[in-house]
Design a protein around this ligand. Structure first.
Ligand code: GLN
Length: 493
């Protein structure tokens, strides 16, 4: 077995017991990157030299019995919109092409500085996290390690592909409407989107602030629980981060789930859900029942309005957030400086933003314009409350909610690139979670007839990450498919 096939918690044991060195592990990951990166394109920038130096130095500290943190030098892949000091953090966009942040994001400080993970590089993503396929990156797409003719999901597609293929051991993503859970599902990995406010967004480049949340993509539930313990908590630099007790997520995993009441929302199994996805998810629900959980039917009546509401709100917020990139105050300027200041601003934004980002800025600006503000933006806010209330009502009857993560398995590269609406509709099962601000986990629950992974989503009540991780862990152990490493070949039969 290759080192990159082990779970993070197993590698920690091996390093702690001196069976392997931190350098050996880092080198294994970089060898795997060398072997697969030309095919997958998970990374936009690598930090090999610095990472290997760091590994040597941690090995030395370990030898001298110095404390090196709970993550023992595990290789960490970081989504390209979470700031790493002095390292290019570009959001998959030409406009931030050579941006080197002067500071670390809160989560990077926690994982790397405090707990000794090693940052090995930044991963590819849809530009400014807008997309579900990682095709909207200025660097070109990432390919799905299970079938390289398909998308890895998005927008955190690079992070998910790096974990599924063994290029990295831990990874970070961000989730505004599903960008952690979608690629986790398409790549057969575990994706955790925490409650809004559980993890500081300091140093996360904003797409839509009221929906954005940093989370994790890992091979197994335990590893995500471990990362969450480290990245959770109040941060004075993010006023929306919440000062609440941080649970011992890793300890809670092992508890039996026989007292749990699990809600199955009928609307999440409606039209548009692929048969093979539905059948794998229903089988996993049967397993939960065999593990002793009780399932009940519940309803999220406003589900049909979630995609429209989500897109109105995220585009409105994005149009405002991205207004700062004019080439003068933020971002790279166009080389052509002819005309007045407005000409230069427009030219810069036209040249440096990709088509999906421009589309969203247009639509968001329109929705916020004086004449239409009430009709679109304010109305969407009202519907958001209705959707949130649906979940509040549902959680009066059950502990967690389960459903598919995505309506289908990974689609072909290019399949929806000219049909943005189809791509947006694929977010129907993930974006309601962000509108409500609640936590959700995606774990692999099986494979379809093309050997593509299927994602199972477990949605929790506010700050009940421990509950969803517990259910996810028990199901994962029972299904026992999480150790498979993706083949990095062209799939299909
Ligand atoms: N697919 C969604 C979108 O394009 C979600 C993006 C995200 O979560 N960052 O907006």
């Amino acid at each position: 077995m290759k080192l990159y096939e082990f779970m993070a918690y197993e590698l920690i044991e091996k390093i702690r017991n001196k069976e392997i060195s931190i350098l050996e592990l880092a080198e294994t990951c970089f060898e795997r990157i060398e072997e697969t990166e030309l095919i997958l394109h998970s990374f936009v920038n690598l930090s090999k030299e610095k990472a290997l130096e760091e590994a040597k130095s941690l090995d030395k500290d370990l030898k001298e019995d110095k404390k090196i943190g709970r993550l023992y030098g595990l290789p960490l892949a970081n989504k390209d919109l979470i700031c790493v000091k002095n390292f290019p953090t570009t959001c998959g966009s030409k406009i931030l092409h050579d941006y080197h942040p002067p500071y670390n994001a809160f989560v990077i400080d926690r994982l790397v500085k405090h707990e000794g993970a090693i940052h090995i590089g930044n991963t590819n993503m849809d530009e400014f996290a807008m997309g579900s396929s990682t095709e909207n990156s200025c660097y070109g797409p990432t390919y799905n390690p299970w079938d390289i003719s398909r998308v890895p999901g998005g927008s955190s597609g690079g992070s998910a592909a790096s974990i599924a293929s063994g290029q990295a051991i831990l990874s970070l993503g961000s989730d505004t409407g599903g960008s952690i859970r979608c690629p986790a599902a398409f790549c057969g990995t575990v994706g955790l989107k925490p409650t809004y406010g559980r993890v500081s967004r300091y140093g996360l480049v904003a797409f839509a602030n009221s929906l954005d949340q940093i989370g994790t993509i890992t091979k197994c539930v335990y590893d995500s629980a471990l990362m969450l313990e480290i990245i959770s908590g109040k941060d004075l630099l993010d006023s929306t981060s919440v000062d609440m007790k941080i649970d011992n997520y890793t300890e809670e995993l092992k508890k039996p789930i026989d007292k749990k009441i699990i809600g199955v929302p009928m609307e999440f199994f409606g039209e548009g859900i692929d048969n093979e996805v539905e059948s794998a998810v229903r089988k996993a629900i049967d397993k939960l029942e065999r593990l002793g959980a009780k399932t009940i039917d519940i309803s999220i009546p406003h589900l049909e309005y979630t995609v429209a509401t989500y897109y109105l709100l995220c585009m409105s917020e994005a149009s405002s957030n991205l207004a700062r990139y004019d080439g003068l105050r933020y971002g790279n300027m166009s080389d052509n400086l002819s005309g007045d200041v407005y000409d230069v601003f427009s030219r810069t934004r036209g040249e440096k933003f990709g088509p999906e980002v421009r589309r969203r800025i247009f639509l968001g600006t329109f929705a916020l314009s004086a004449g239409y503000y009430n009709m679109f933006y304010i109305k969407a806010l009202k519907v958001r409350s209705l959707i949130k209330n649906d979940f509040v009502e549902a959680f009066k009857k059950c502990d967690s909610i389960v459903c598919p993560t995505m309506p289908s398995t990974a689609f072909q590269i290019g399949e929806f690139i000219d049909d943005p609406l189809q791509m947006y509709i694929a977010d129907i099962l993930t974006c309601p979670v962000n509108l409500a601000g609640i936590p959700a986990l995606s774990i692999p629950c099986g494979f379809d007839s093309n050997d593509l992974p299927i994602g199972f989503q477990i949605i929790g009540d506010y700050f009940d990450e421990k509950g969803i991780l517990n259910i996810g862990y028990q199901l994962e152990q029972d299904l026992n498919i999480y150790r498979k490493i993706a083949p990095v070949t062209k799939g299909g039969k």
